[in-house]
Design a binder for this molecule. Structure first.
Ligand code: NI
Length: 154
């Protein structure tokens, strides 16, 4: 268990494409545990591996504080509806912007045992899944925001 350093915008690792995970090793499990620790420590609802400098297709999400979810090699296979709201990111600390996302997504992935899973997500969870999957392709919410990125206090 360890808190890892969160990379912030400007770090080129955030703009790279992450690689598919072929197998889950003990090291992978430690990485996942560290990702959860790092996310909770910063009061985030999601974290993608590149945000701690690891270019692997792994994300962790917990939008309620009670529903930890790990998605390995996630792939969004359905998107529907629309939601528009403020979105933030641990890699853009103290900032947010209005971002429009699908309100409903279906996502295929693998769990920590490399068993295939399919999740359906709505609202905030759908937003988090889209946001974290974007990180795996080097996309930050700034790229798709409806308006300027601003200080949260504004
Ligand atoms: Ni983010």
């Amino acid at each position: 268990m360890a808190i890892r350093k969160i990379r912030v915008e400007g770090d080129e690792v955030l703009r790279k494409k992450s690689k598919e995970v072929k197998e889950v090793t003990q090291k992978t499990l430690e990485l996942i545990e560290d990702m959860f620790d790092t996310m909770y420590e910063s009061y985030g609802v999601g974290l993608a591996a590149p945000q701690i400098g690891i270019l692997k297709r792994i994300v962790v999400i917990d939008v309620t504080g009670e529903d930890p979810m790990v998605l390995i090699n996630p792939e969004i296979i359905e998107r529907s509806g629309e939601q528009t709201g403020e979105e933030g990111c641990l890699s853009l600390p103290g900032k947010s912007a209005i971002v429009t996302r699908p309100n409903h997504v279906v996502c295929k992935a693998f769990d920590a045992n490399m068993e295939p899973i399919t999740i359906e997500a709505e609202g905030l969870l759908a937003r988090a899944v889209c946001h974290e999957v974007d990180h795996l392709d080097g996309i930050l919410y700034r790229d798709i925001a409806d308006g300027p990125v601003h200080d949260v206090e504004d």
